[in-house]
Design a protein around this ligand. Structure first.
Ligand code: SLL
Length: 215
């Protein structure tokens, strides 16, 4: 581990994920251990997109269930980050994500309304078919000025990255990562400088234009 608690200025890195739940009605042949008033089996989850493994930077996920559940706070320390239960009612689940220590990031929380029942035009049909109900959301972790360590973790070749980011990351396999980080940071500074200069230039031109118009 190369330390790297320094933050990379002017840099933002995102990782997509989905969270939500799936639910199916319990069948006649249900296990006798399931309380008789329970009607559904469900799973609440948080996972990467396209099989992306989040565990390189996610340390644990805490799902807070309704207090009718025993140990309603469920801490999951490794993937799959999910909880499967049975029950009878819908309720709000808080999903709190803790990042690895090297990231020096605050935990983040999402809220998901557990969905058991189909809705919409096909609801009745789906109900009689005993269809699986799914309710999920897309979101992104956004890391502003990540620590060097987090940046390393997120750009390591063995940690899956999205195709769009892959091409950008190719140089990392050739050059040492730190060198590449410096270059990236320099390039970013230059771009910022250019933007500033051009903005100034636009401002000057606008003033000239206004002056000409007032003649
Ligand atoms: C409702 N406000 O009334 C909600 C609460 C709670 C659902 C739903 C627990 C089962 C158990 C269960 O399904 N709770 O006791 O293990 O719809």
């Amino acid at each position: 581990m190369s330390g790297g608690s320094k933050r990379l200025k002017n840099l933002q890195i995102c990782r997509p994920f989905v969270y939500g739940n799936m639910a199916v009605p319990l069948k006649e042949d249900r296990s006798p251990d399931i309380p008789p008033d329970h009607t559904h089996s469900w799973t609440v989850f948080l996972k990467g997109v396209n099989g992306d493994d989040l565990s390189s930077f996610v340390k644990r996920v805490v799902f807070k269930l309704h207090e009718t559940y025993p140990n309603s706070s469920r801490s999951i320390e490794e993937p799959p980050f999910e909880v499967t239960e049975t029950g009878w009612g819908e309720f709000e689940i808080s999903i709190r994500v803790y990042f690895v220590a090297e990231a020096s990031e605050k935990n983040v929380v999402m809220y998901h309304h557990l969905k058991l029942h189909p809705y919409g035009p096909e609801a009745e049909q789906q109900k009689s078919d005993g269809a699986t109900v799914t309710s999920m959301q897309y979101d992104e972790f956004v890391f502003n000025e990540p620590t060097e360590s987090l940046f390393e973790i997120l750009t390591k070749k063995s940690n899956a990255v999205l195709p769009a980011q892959k091409s950008m990351m190719v140089p990392f396999s050739i050059q040492s990562e730190n060198e590449e980080l410096d270059r990236l940071s320099d390039a970013h500074t230059k771009v910022q400088e250019n933007i500033r200069r051009l903005t100034e230039r636009i401002h000057v031109l606008e003033q000239e234009k206004a002056a000409l118009q007032s003649l």
